[in-house]
Write a protein that binds this ligand. Structure first.
Ligand SMILES: *Cc1c(COP(=O)(O)O)cnc(C)c1O
Length: 394
């Protein structure tokens, strides 16, 4: 913007003003969507010298600049740069590739997003990077798992199905003492509710498909880096030729502008529904780190400034048929993967078969809920009808 505040501003204000340049856009508030590959140079001399603000569509446009600048401003001072990726998973895989090399060892949380695990066990293994999974509750004891060639630790808090909290500052302290980098999947809290760089993270990853997009209509990811990690990250993106389509970049920027109000509602409604579920006789446990009763509550309260709308429940043992009857009765909860859009979702999940460092034995069927922007009381009414159908099904 032409005039900048000369006083310290909060992240929510940064979300609104960052990356805007009305003068460059003829006074319009938002940037144009540049559909672009070729950039023309005015003269032969300019072409030979590559003398132009932009070189090629893949290497950046005014649209990608606006989104990158907004994301950088949101992260704050410690962020040296942000790179844009075509999905959350490419953001994860690219950040990892930028951080490890053949012969390195990597520590990854056992609660990590499952496709991250597939990438480590598949591509990284094939190119000579060994992965050890660790108990997400390990804290400073992670030091015992370090080998001389441990180059990075990949954290995710909370786990996006099982919701264990991690003591990221404690893990980061050990990692840095041992000369390793800390990568984090920060999709759950976003950079609004978890200030990754202030807690010791070196590369912070978000699946922008979720809350940044916010409307279940784009695939997008981003990686924020500090000064130590940005050069290698940027080089990796450039050499691998990764870029995002202009319409998706625009929608990500549009989503970003309203992130704070949407998240606030997801947070409050999510807690309201979670508290109601705690009281239900059908529910054994609610896995939500912002509930005082949750084992992760203390860490959440210390390190996070909010929660999103995603959490899980463990039902008391009951038949599969009755759980299906519960889900099939719901009218406001769609059954589908992903989350972070305006709408509520529910899925059945099971982590038992793939965990290697910890045992997942919840003692009942597990469901993950995403609380959308519907009225929380309506969602509660819907779940109540679901429980009635569950009881009827036996
Ligand atoms: C969805 C998700 C991703 C991957 O994002 P995509 O855009 O679907 O590739 C990564 N991490 C977490 C925690 C997610 O929930």
């Amino acid at each position: 913007m032409a005039k900048k505040p000369n006083f310290p501003i909060k992240p929510t204000t940064r979300l609104v003003i960052a990356g805007r340049d009305a003068q460059a856009y003829h006074g319009f508030v938002n940037p144009p969507v540049y559909h672009a590959s070729t950039v023309l140079y005015p003269t032969a001399e300019d072409q030979v010298a590559h003398r132009s603000r932009y070189q090629y569509g893949r290497r950046g446009t005014p649209t990608s600049d606006a989104l990158e600048n907004a994301l950088i401003a949101l992260e704050g001072e410690a962020c040296a740069g942000v790179t844009l990726l075509p999905s959350g998973l490419t953001a994860i895989s690219t950040a990892l590739i930028s951080a490890v090399s053949a012969g390195d060892h990597l520590l990854v949380s056992d609660s990590v997003y499952r496709p991250t695990r597939h990438f480590c066990n598949g591509v990284l293994k094939r190119v000579g990077v060994a992965t050890t999974y660790y108990d997400p509750l390990v804290g400073a004891d992670i030091g015992k798992l370090f080998r001389p060639n441990t180059r990075a630790v990949f954290v995710e808090a909370p786990g996006s199905q099982s919701f264990e909290m991690q003591d990221i500052p404690a893990i980061a302290k050990v990692a840095h003492e041992k000369g390793a980098l800390v990568l984090m999947d920060n999709t759950w809290a976003t950079s609004l509710y978890f200030r990754a760089f202030e807690k010791g993270v070196d590369l912070s990853i978000q699946a922008g498909t979720k809350y940044i997009g916010g409307h279940s209509d784009i695939m997008f990811g981003c990686v924020s880096a500090n000064a130590k990690t940005f050069p290698a990250l940027k080089q990796t993106i450039i050499t691998m030729g990764l870029c995002v389509g202009p319409d998706d970049m625009y929608l990500a920027l549009r989503g970003l502008r309203t992130l704070s109000v949407r998240l606030e509602r997801h947070y409050q409604s999510g807690l309201k529904v979670a508290r109601w579920l705690v009281q239900r006789p059908e529910v054994q446990r609610v896995l939500h780190p912002a509930l005082e009763s949750d084992p992760g509550y203390k860490i959440w309260q210390r390190d996070f400034s909010g929660a999103c709308g995603l959490f899980s429940i463990v039902l008391k043992p009951t038949s599969e048929k009755s759980v299906h009857a519960f889900m099939n009765k719901l009218t406001l909860f769609g059954m589908g993967f992903s989350w972070g859009g305006f709408e509520s979702l529910i899925i059945l999940f099971d982590c038992t078969e793939y965990r290697t460092a910890t045992k997942w034995a919840p003692g009942g069927p597990t469901l993950r809920l995403h609380i959308g922007l519907e009225d929380a009381d309506d969602l509660i009414a819907d779940l109540g009808q679901g429980f009635a159908a569950m009881k009827a099904a036996g």
